[in-house]
Ligand binder design. Structure first.
Ligand code: BES
Ligand code: MN
Ligand code: ZN
Length: 504
């Protein structure tokens, strides 16, 4: 889908030829002398429209309006959050098969982040999954024009919106693919396609190399599957080599049956989403390829299936992780932490500025925070607050959870350095405490996205979260670095400006 940004007063918006014109009406809307203003003002006066975010009124072939359909929609205070709510409220009209061209126009000043939010919300509303359907009913929307009072001022937000959409949709696509269409090998191939983007490299390790690295915990999870594991390493080089990278580690369980500690049948299909952490890392790299920020990023993905089998790891088995620490695998369904712990040990070799792992790790996190906020755990307050802020700005929320050492008590084992599960109580926290045993003193954060990465029920599907949060965080970090360097040296791009990314 193509996005365009245009300077568009309401007078000009009325003559835009399109299938659907969406006009965002903020609180305190000041009508001009044009036809659209008159319509909106009258509707507001008669109480047929409200400026509250999401309240809307549809009109057909309105006089003096070139668009076939017109929706006036309340945009509340005009914040990113409110315009997102407004666009999603008219999502049905945007997604309708007869809507090929949409114009979304601001009927007032544009607040920070609002244009970026509109681009993302239009994409979110019109997204359709097609890959494994034989009757292809593709996304009907093919062009979206965002109209603002001053296009030059809105350009930066617009461009980041478009880059984010590419990243979020890449993550949604891989999240949604069934496990037989998203094996570890296919996931690795998807990562390799990202290396076509400027400044991105990709390396993929197979079982033999992973065995040589002594990733005993990761190998134990993969044992029960016919599908060979893959360890994916992505690099984005946006800054000089001496700059410590941010390392992102994504849980890539392409299907989680639970293994020998097998899961109950109902809703087990949703465990194809157990690689959404990995998908979010791929999505972030897709967006980085567009945005080209001045920062170094490493992406690590341990990818495998968790299956029951004659060769599968058994409850009580003890394995040696890459760190040398031994683990008693008391429950084979607590596999995410096993693949992540070896990836976290691997991450230490990059001497990272920060490590963030992203994982659909625990059902307990779904109970704690539901689908609104991802769980955030961190051993470093500055990192925690940077991530929380990034989530707020990107409207991709998270919430910090505790990491008191007392929570690790239940991980004690009589037969190994630790068990892989504690009791049911505080399950998302004890999982985080397990991971913390592998990060040493690196600044580390863990995002438990079990509740936010996908939706169940009729709207079943991947959300692409937390690509928005992570890209915002990386963008903020690159800006902060540039600012810190500014007083000493004149602002100069750290690496040669790469050509603009081509879509993959
Ligand atoms: N992938 C699951 C976590 C999960 C479950 C996410 C349901 C979303 C919905 C993870 O591998 C798992 O099975 N975790 C167990 C841990 C337990 C055995 C300590 C869980 O949460 O039940
Ligand atoms: Mn599991
Ligand atoms: Zn899992």
């Amino acid at each position: 889908m193509n996005f365009d940004l245009k300077t568009l007063e309401l007078t000009a918006a009325a003559s835009e030829k399109c299938d659907l014109l969406v006009v965002l009406i903020p609180e305190g809307f000041k009508p001009g002398a044009d036809a659209l203003s008159a319509l909106a003002a009258l509707a507001l006066k008669n109480g047929d429209l409200s400026a509250k975010a999401g309240k809307h009124l549809q009109l057909y072939q309105a006089p003096a309006v070139a668009a076939r359909r017109l929706v006036l929609v309340g945009a509340g205070d005009g914040s990113a959050r409110s315009v997102r709510q407004a666009v999603l409220a008219v999502g049905g009209a945007i997604k309708a098969p007869q809507t090929k061209r949409v114009v979304v126009c601001f009927a007032g000043a544009v607040k920070a982040g609002a244009v970026c939010a509109v681009v993302q919300a239009v994409a979110e509303a019109s997204y359709v999954y097609t890959t494994t359907k034989s009757k292809v009913e593709a996304r009907s929307l093919n062009r979206c024009v965002v109209g603002v009072p001053n296009a030059a001022e809105a350009r930066e937000g617009f461009d980041s919106g478009v880059a984010l959409v590419a990243g979020v949709e890449f993550a949604r696509e891989w999240g949604n693919r069934p496990a037989n269409h998203a094996t570890p090998t296919l996931l690795a191939n998807a990562a390799k396609t990202l290396a076509k983007l400027p400044r991105i490299q990709c390396k993929v390790l197979g079982p033999a190399e992973v065995a040589r690295l002594k990733m005993g915990a990761f190998l134990a999870v993969a044992r029960g599957s016919e599908e060979p594991l893959r360890f994916i390493e992505l690099r984005y080089n946006g800054a000089t080599k001496d700059q410590a990278p941010v390392v992102l580690v994504g849980k890539g369980i392409t299907f989680d049956t639970g293994g020998i500690s097998i899961k109950p049948a109902p809703e087990m299909d949703e465990m194809k989403f157990d690689m959404c952490g990995a998908a979010s890392v791929l999505g972030v790299f897709r967006a980085l390829g567009e945005l080209q920020p001045a920062i170094n990023v490493v992406g690590l993905i341990p990818a495998c299936e968790n299956m029951p089998d004659g060769r599968a790891v058994k409850p009580g088995d003890v394995v040696t992780s890459m760190s040398g620490q031994t683990i008693e695998i008391l429950n084979t369904d607590a596999e995410g932490r096993l693949v992540l712990c070896d990836a976290l040990t691997y991450a230490t070799r990059f001497k990272p500025a920060a490590v963030v792992d992203i994982a659909t790790l625990t059902g307990a996190c779904v109970i704690a925070l539901g689908g609104v906020r991802s769980g955030l755990f961190a051993n470093n307050d500055a990192l925690a607050s940077a991530l929380q802020t990034a989530g707020d700005v990107a409207q991709d929320l998270c919430w910090r959870m505790p990491l008191d050492d007392d929570y690790a008590d239940g991980l004690k084992s009589n037969f190994a350095d630790m068990g892989n599960v504690a009791g049911r109580a505080g399950g998302s926290i004890t999982a985080a405490k397990f991971l913390q045993k592998f990060v040493g003193d690196m600044p580390w954060a863990h995002l438990d996205i079990a509740g936010t990465a996908w939706k169940g029920g009729a709207a079943k599907g991947s959300t692409g979260r937390p690509v928005g949060l992570l890209v915002q965080y990386l963008h903020d970090q690159s800006k902060a670095k540039a600012k810190a360097a500014a007083p000493r040296v004149a602002a100069k791009p750290a690496a040669k400006r790469a050509p603009r990314a081509k879509a993959v």
